[in-house]
Each structure stands twice: as structure tokens, then as C-alpha cells.
Write a protein that binds this ligand. Structure first.
Ligand code: 5U1
Length: 679
């Protein structure tokens, strides 16, 4: 179907208006900002190509956000502007070039760089030092009177400090700090109430409450960064001085603003704040650069609704909209079935995402994800992409019964999609498992992959593709079969030459000399990670002693509870598993006995060191990192104190990172952690 430009413009306008209404009036947007920006760009491009199609009420022609009729109206003495956006270093360079050209100056310019808070813009008027009125931006010309609500925001002073000007209109942003946002949503979830999709909407929804008592109960905060009107004292000569003055008057100003020089200084700030973003206590979506000199600002002036002397440099969008093409179930090493949404590939957070895990069937039902749904996908920093929510308005409906969705609710399969064995879900457990055990190809594959992994038997060259083929051609059924493989058999596999086959046989051979903790970890006993494997090995000293132990004896091991003890006992009770161990031995796999040393002080390269892990690591889970550290004798603690030796900070690290900085505790990134683990 090829709609004409007029029809396309009308459709885009209708969709943008609908989004404006949900965003500005209901504080409940159904799509991320990036999607809104995309629609707006499409409409702008269409209007640029067909100027006859521009209508005065087109969303491209005004600042969205008509004030709600529920509040009194405030006409701003000076319109509240918005900012143009830069999305790349080139955009920033072009902004700086335009300024040089307009001012007719050369050399590096003096800028003030500030975090761009993801909140709600407000104007606050103080007369003779007393808070008189607060208003939202609204459409930039007329806002809503939210004085009673802003009075409840603790950091916004009711009286200014020191000698106050006769009239001050300060402009800034009301926002909800992340901790408060999470706490508020957790409480709402407990009570079965509606949760906010992000801190910005939570801030907007909280400030635009008709009952100020509700606003007062919400954890709001504010930072100020601009000026509307100032009477009774001279205007500061630039942005840096303005911020100093606002601070001196007792208004909160972001502690993260910085004076920078030229494009290079701006971009350095962008990188620094970007790296710190996950550790900041509030959400930001970019940074703002402002020409510092007020005289220069005045000469530069404004264009339509934005100043020429300032620009927002946005971070890459962390949320995007895409479509679910299918929902499949992956079978893992322990048989756990994990629903995976296959997506129309989408670029988000700097990478293309085609799959997201939905964790378990409860999560699928909770989010009510169905095939064909339009969904919001999020990838923040290096965090694994997640499916945030379904855009229900876009759900395809059954053409014959329009009140019913076209796709049915996703059901847990009754049988394993790989081997056809029965799928069981134990009472009270979120996870459903294939009961096929080693007869299931998927489980065999995952078990082999795990057995060969670096922290288990460490067989170099036994990658996913090789494992897949070994299982498919039935060359290997259990890890013990690996030790009977010949160069000829391996050379017959796809993409495997004589040389790599010989190398792999050699690597398998070399893995025969191993340790008891590595073997125990590599066997893939459910819930036994590296640290538990080490504790079991230390406690029992030999595999025979562990295999002879009952649940009660296994529970004697430090940090082993009844659930893990039951898993370990059940694993060794299995005839198949005992046989695998026997064949491993027969094929020459050796592990020296461990010195039995219950209660002995930890040994290892990191003995005596205390680590705290925070944020998300890119190449391992926090549990894996903790196990690897424990296996090297380190202690892993939950909170940072002066006694902490290192804090390992992944992306989105929060208060623990801030605390480490406060106490001067050494902070490691993931590469440094890996180096320590190796060393
Ligand atoms: N930090 C900051 N955010 N922000 C938003 N400064 C800033 N300035 C703005 C806006 C809309 O506008 C003025 C430059 C007009």
C-alpha cells in the first residue's frame, strides 16, 4: 500500500498527538522518547519536502504540552524555551562552528557543561526572597500553576538565603532520584497499584497532582540552571556566575556542572558524565553545553523555540520499539526452559538486539507478551537487553472477533521442544524443566559446553559449533566420551581442519590433569557454582568421601543449605552420573585429593582481601564473579566500609560506587578484576 504524502502526514500527526496526550496530560507515555523523536523527524522531513502540507496546528509547529485545565494557568513573563539536540560529536562541532560564525570570533570558546536531567522543567518565582509561584513549562508560553505542590519539594526553599533580589524567576528541573523512584514503585507493586515507567514520568505525575499531600509523599528533588527574570541586582555576567549566584541564594544546583573550553572540552565532559551515568543518583539523558558569556548569549539570541547559545548532547537512546516475531523456549544445562522473544532486529543502546530473554513463563504472563506485539526494548550501558513492556494499543486483533487479540496467550509447552520429554514445573518454582536429562540433546550440549568452559576443565577449542556437531552426530553423549575422540573423527566435522582437530585432541588430553574443585564445578550439579565446588572439595577432601555423604553430612559444609545439599546428594545418587565419573577415571582424568581443612583460614592469591561487587558486569554475572573471587580465597561482602579492599564496579553501579569514592576505596573495572583473577 502506498499512501500519498498528505495521508502520511495526517497519520503521523494523529499518532504524535496521541503520544503528546499520553505524555503531557496522562504522564503515561506508551512509547519511548526515541520513537517519538523518530515520528517527529519523519513528519518534519515530509513537511520539508511538501511545505504545502504544513498546518498551523502540526506538532512540528509548537512546543507540545498544553497545560492541563485542572490547574490554574500561568503565562510565563519570558517564554520557557527548549533545547536543540546534538546526537554526535559532529553535531557538537557544527554547533560550535555556527557560534563562531555568528559572533565572528576565533579560538576556543568558554562553555558551561551540565548534566541534562530527565525531569520536568519548572519556573519558580521569588519576590523579596519569598517563594511566590511555581509553574510547569506547559507549552512554553503558558504553564500550570503548581505552587502548592512545589512547596512540598524539600530542597526548594520557601525563602532565599542572604540578600535576595526583589524579583527572581529561576528555572530548573524537578526530578525523582532513582532510589526514591525504585522504592516508590516497589511499594506500588506490593499494593497492586500502577507503577511508573521511568523516573521522569514519576516526577511529572507526582508534581501534577491535584492534592499537594500526594506530592509531598513523593521523593522529589530539584536542580536549577537558568534565569527567567532578575530585578533588584545586576545580572550575572555568564552562566557560571549565574549558577554560583543561584547556589548562594540557597537554590539546589547540580554538583556535576563544569566549565570547559572548546569542542574538545565539551566532548571530554560528555565522555566523563557518560562513564559516571550509572553511578549518578538521578537519571540523565544527555548533557547541555551553554556559551558562558551572557554578552555572547544575548548577541546569539534565539531561533524559533531554542536558544542559539545552548545545545543538548543526547546519549544514545536506551529504549526502542520493535515487534515480537516469535516466542521460543531454550533448554539449558539443567533442563530449565527459558522463553526467548525473537525480535525484529532493533538498534538500541549502541547494539542491534534480535533476542531478549523473558526469564520464565510467569514473566511472559505478567508482561502479557504475545507474538506480533509491538514492544519496548531497553539496553542500558552493558546490561543485558530486556523487554520493558508491550504497547497494547498496537496489539494486532483478530479480524473476525475484533475484541480478541490475534495471538493467543503464550503457554508453557507440555513437552520439551528439543527432545519431546515431559516438561515439569515443581510446585512454587518459577522454572519449568525438561525431564529428559542426558537423553535431551539440548541438555547434553549445554552440559558439555559447561564441562569444557574455562573455569571448569578449560578445554581450549571446544567451542559451541564443535559441541553442537559432536552431539548431533552422536560422537559424544557424556563429558567422559570427549576423552575417546580421535583426530580423524574431529577432522570430519564442519570447519575443522586436520591441524585444529589435532590441537583439540591435545587440549582434551591436557585437561586430564585437573583439580577436584574444577571437576565438581564442571560436572554441572544444579546450584553448585565455583565457590560451592571449592567448599565441597575442601570439606570432603576426596570425591569418594563426597559421593558417600548423605544430605545431612553435605549440609555441614560452610554455606551449603538444605536445597543445595539435596541437589548434590541426588546428583551422586544417579547411576548415570556415577558411571560418567567412573569412565572419566578410566580414561585417565585425574584430580589430586584436597587437603581436608575445615575452618582453616582461606588460602589463594586473594586471601585476606575483601571485595564488594556493584553494577552489572559485561562478561559474567555477579554470582560468577563472587564465586571466582571466593575460589581464590577472597571474601565478598555486601556493603562498602573502610575495611573493603576493592569495589568492582560494572555498568549502572550505584550507591556502593559512590560510597567507595567517598571512603577512597580502590575501584576496579571488569578488566582489572579479570587480571586479578588471572594473577
Ligand atoms: N541542565 C540544563 N537542562 N536544561 C534544559 N540546562 C538547561 N537549559 C535549558 C533546558 C530546556 O534551557 C535553557 C538553555 C533555555
Amino acid at each position: 500500500m502506498t499512501d500519498g504524502p498528505a495521508a502520511r502526514a495526517a497519520a503521523l500527526r494523529a499518532e504524535l498527538r496521541q503520544h503528546d496526550y499520553r505524555y503531557y496530560v496522562l504522564n503515561d507515555p506508551s512509547v519511548p522518547d526515541a520513537e517519538y523523536d523518530r515520528l517527529m523527524r519523519a513528519l518534519r522531513a515530509l513537511e520539508a519536502a511538501h511545505p504545502e502540507l504544513i498546518t498551523p496546528d502540526s506538532p512540528t509547529q509548537r512546543v507540545a504540552g498544553a497545560p492541563s485545565e485542572a490547574f490554574g494557568e500561568v503565562v510565563h513573563r519570558i517564554p520557557m524555551l527548549s533545547l536543540d539536540n546534538a546526537f554526535s560529536a559532529e553535531d557538537v562541532a557544527a554547533f560550535d562552528r555556527r557560534i563562531h560564525e555568528r559572533l565572528g570570533v576565533e579560538g576556543e570558546l568558554d562553555y558551561v557543561a551540565e548534566p541534562k536531567l530527565d525531569g520536568l522543567a519548572i519556573s519558580v518565582i521569588y519576590r523579596d526572597g519569598a517563594l511566590e509561584q511555581a509553574a510547569t513549562r506547559g507549552d512554553g508560553v503558558t504553564g500550570e500553576d503548581v505552587t502548592a505542590n512545589v512547596r512540598t519539594v524539600r530542597r526548594v526553599p520557601h525563602r532565599l538565603s542572604g540578600r535576595a533580589p526583589s524579583l527572581l524567576e529561576a528555572r530548573g528541573e524537578v526530578f525523582m532520584p532513582l532510589k526514591g523512584f525504585e522504592r516508590m514503585n516497589a511499594r506500588a507493586r506490593e499494593r497492586g497499584e500502577k507503577v511508573f515507567v521511568n523516573p521522569r514520568n514519576a516526577a511529572a505525575g507526582s508534581l501534577r497532582q491535584l492534592d499537594p499531600a500526594i506530592t509531598a509523599a513523593r521523593p522529589l528533588d530539584a536542580f536549577f540552571y537558568g534565569l527567567g527574570v532578575l530585578e533588584g541586582e545586576p545580572l550575572p555576567d555568564g552562566q557560571a556566575r549565574l549558577l554560583e549566584r543561584l547556589r548562594a541564594l540557597g537554590l539546589p544546583v547540580s554538583p556535576d556542572v563544569r566549565r570547559v573550553r572548546g569542542v574538545a572540552g565539551c566532548l571530554e565532559y560528555y565522555r566523563d558524565i557518560g562513564a559516571l551515568r550509572g553511578a549518578l543518583p538521578y537519571q540523565i539523558d544527555g548533557v547541555v553545553y551553554k556559551v558562558n558569556s551572557r554578552a555572547d548569549q544575548e548577541r546569539l539570541g534565539f531561533v524559533s523555540r531554542a536558544p542559539r547559545w545552548a545545545i543538548a548532547h543526547k546519549f544514545p537512546a536506551e529504549e526502542a520499539v520493535t515487534v515480537v516475531r516469535g516466542i521460543e523456549f531454550n533448554v539449558g544445562r539443567t533442563g530449565a526452559l527459558t522463553p526467548i522473544a525473537r525480535l525484529e532486529p532493533v538498534f538500541v543502546g549502541g547494539v542491534t538486539v534480535s533476542n531478549v530473554t523473558l526469564h520464565n513463563i510467569d514473566e511472559v504472563h505478567h508482561k502479557d507478551v504475545r507474538v506480533g506485539d509491538t514492544v519496548i526494548v531497553r539496553r542500558a550501558g552493558d546490561v543485558i537487553p530486556e523487554l520493558v513492556s508491550v504497547v497494547l494499543e498496537k496489539r494486532p486483533m483478530n479480524p473476525r472477533r475484533p475484541s480478541e487479540p490475534a495471538s493467543p496467550e503464550v503457554q508453557l509447552p507440555a513437552s520439551c521442544p528439543v527432545c519431546g520429554s515431559r516438561v515439569l514445573r515443581a510446585e512454587g518454582e518459577a522454572v519449568a524443566r525438561c525431564t529428559g536429562g542426558f537423553t535431551c540433546r539440548a541438555q547434553r550440549q549445554e552440559a558439555l559446553r559447561h564441562f569444557a568452559s574455562r573455569r571448569a576443565l578449560d578445554i581450549e577449542g571446544l567451542g559451541d559449533k564443535v559441541v553442537e556437531q559432536l552431539v548431533e552426530h552422536e560422537l559424544v553423549r557424556s563429558p567422559a566420551d570427549l576423552y575417546a575422540l580421535t583426530t580423524e573423527q574431529l577432522a570430519g566435522l564442519e570447519r575443522m581442519g586436520e591441524k585444529s582437530a589435532a590441537n583439540l585432541v591435545a587440549a582434551i588430553g591436557a585437561s586430564r590433569e585437573t583439580t577436584l574443585p574444577r571437576l565438581l564445578y564442571g560436572l554441572g550439579i544444579p546450584d553448585v557454582g565455583e565457590a560451592t565446588a571449592l567448599a565441597l572439595a575442601r570439606h570432603f577432601g576426596t570425591l569418594e568421601a563426597l559421593m558417600a555423604a548423605d544430605e545431612a553430612q553435605i549440609q555441614q559444609v560452610e554455606d551449603v543449605g538444605p536445597v543445595v545439599a539435596a541437589e548434590v546428594a541426588a546428583f551422586f545418587a544417579s547411576k548415570d552420573h556415577r558411571n560418567v565419573i567412573k569412565v572419566l577415571r578410566d580414561k585417565g582424568v585425574r584430580w589430586p585429593d584436597m587437603p581436608k581443612a575445615p575452618g582453616e583460614a582461606a588460602t589463594g592469591t586473594l586471601a585476606g582481601k575483601t571485595f564488594v561487587l556493584t553494577g552489572t558486569l559485561a562478561t559474567m554475572t555477579r554470582e560468577e564473579a563472587a564465586e571466582a573471587l571466593a575460589a581464590r580465597g577472597a571474601k565478598v561482602a555486601g556493603s562498602v566500609s573502610k575495611k573493603t579492599s576493592y569495589v568492582v564496579a560494572g555498568s549502572e553501579a550505584g550507591s556502593k560506587l559512590a560510597r567507595a569514592r567517598e571512603l577512597g576505596v580502590r575501584v576496579l573495572d571488569e578488566d582489572e578484576l579479570r587480571a586479578l583473577l588471572r594473577g
